[in-house]
Design a protein around this ligand. Structure first.
Ligand SMILES: [Zn+2]
Ligand SMILES: [Zn+2]
Length: 360
């Protein structure tokens, strides 16, 4: 069975590398959750006061995904309403799902479970043919999409440091092992923020409410959005031409805002009880590692090399369909209804994404 194979590979990884999993700050006050391979059941409300207990638990049950709460609780093991919320880290989720990239049309598709219609790119709310909402989407992790997600992450961290004054040491960036990045901030200033207050931060970084009226604040002492606009216009050769054409300048400002705004999933940041993927665990959708990335080297981080979890061995598989992809410095595919012998990590990725089966 495919699921058993994936679980076996995950077990190999955790036996070798569970030591990589570092205890989150104040772990004893956090809730942990584990998605099991079997029937995709979520085991939650778990608590670990000792990191070795957590390593052993993961090695024993071998989950498909591991999560921990961004929140701190007095009683993390109790059911939700009895936990007694004490505060929560500030979390951001940047995912290719929320970013428009042209390449999605080439590697993503959606299938209507009602009428069987197949469409390209991101799934619509309702089927374009029959109007039903039983839509299943098939996505791919693509280099261009992940590069875009990284750019958004870099934009966000700049906002967090420059506009909000957070220290580098308090910003943790983690590749999710799939199509994006998580950004965690655990400084004491954020812990008590309400959901609405977190929404204010989201609005700011998304440029909601920033518009061409910012022009009135654009001067030498400008700060925040006004400063970003001022700097861009200053560096723009068109400046002297634009200044005589106010309408054109307004449009220019709107486009600067659009370019500088961060594309981030607001729901994740606003949820103060969120369970979030634990760094250095495996992502069940890909078999790749959720990698903690040092902010100073985020620019050069290559998930297609550094997120490879299992570096040894190979596997013979039957690939239904897969686009060309890079992993571990090697190029694979494209494949269509064919057998192939691939390194374990590449085979595992195709199997986890539902694009290949094992050949016995
Ligand atoms: Zn349909
Ligand atoms: Zn793409």
């Amino acid at each position: 069975l495919i699921e058993e194979y994936i679980k076996k590979k995950f077990a190999e990884y955790y036996n070798l590398f569970s030591w990589r999993i570092i205890e989150p700050k104040e772990a004893a006050k956090r809730e942990f959750g584990f998605l099991l391979f079997k029937e995709k059941i979520m085991v939650r409300h778990k608590c670990f006061s000792n990191i070795n207990d957590l390593h052993n638990f993961i090695k024993t049950i071998v989950p498909s995904d591991v999560y921990y709460s961004s929140a701190y609780y007095l009683k993390p093991e109790e059911e939700m309403k009895r936990k007694e919320w004490l505060g929560a880290d500030l979390i951001f989720d940047i995912d290719a799902d929320h970013i428009d990239t042209i390449c999605k049309k080439e590697h993503d598709k959606w299938i209507c479970k009602n009428c069987g219609y197949i469409g390209e790119g991101s799934p619509p709310e309702a089927c374009l043919k029959c109007g039903e909402d039983k839509i299943q989407s098939e996505t791919w992790i693509c280099q261009k999409c992940l590069e875009k997600a990284k750019e958004e992450t870099l934009k966000l961290t700049e906002f967090l440091m420059k506009d909000f004054g957070f220290e580098k040491e308090n910003i943790e960036v983690c590749f999710t092992g799939h199509r994006g990045y998580h950004i965690h901030i655990d400084s004491k200033e954020v812990l008590q923020l309400t959901s609405d207050e977190r929404k204010e931060i989201i609005d700011y970084v998304m440029g909601i409410g920033a518009d061409s009226s910012m022009l009135n604040f654009v001067d030498e002492q400008a700060y925040g959005w006004a400063e970003k606009i001022a700097l861009t216009i200053k560096h723009n050769e068109l400046k002297k031409h634009l200044i005589f054409n106010k309408k054109k300048l307004m449009r220019k400002i709107e486009s600067i805002i659009k370019e500088k705004a961060v594309k981030v999933d607001a729901v994740v940041t606003m949820d103060i009880h969120r369970l979030i993927r634990l760094p250095e665990t495996l992502n069940g959708k890909t078999g790749l590692r959720a990698v903690k990335v040092d902010l100073t080297r985020l620019k050069d981080f290559n998930p297609f090399i550094e997120a490879v979890a299992l570096e040894d061995g190979e596997e013979k598989i039957y690939v239904k369909e897969a686009p060309k992809f890079l992993l571990g410095g090697e190029e694979f595919g494209p494949y269509k209804k064919e057998k192939a012998t691939l390194p374990t990590a590449a085979a595992l990725l195709l199997i986890c994404k539902g694009k290949a089966e094992l050949v016995s």
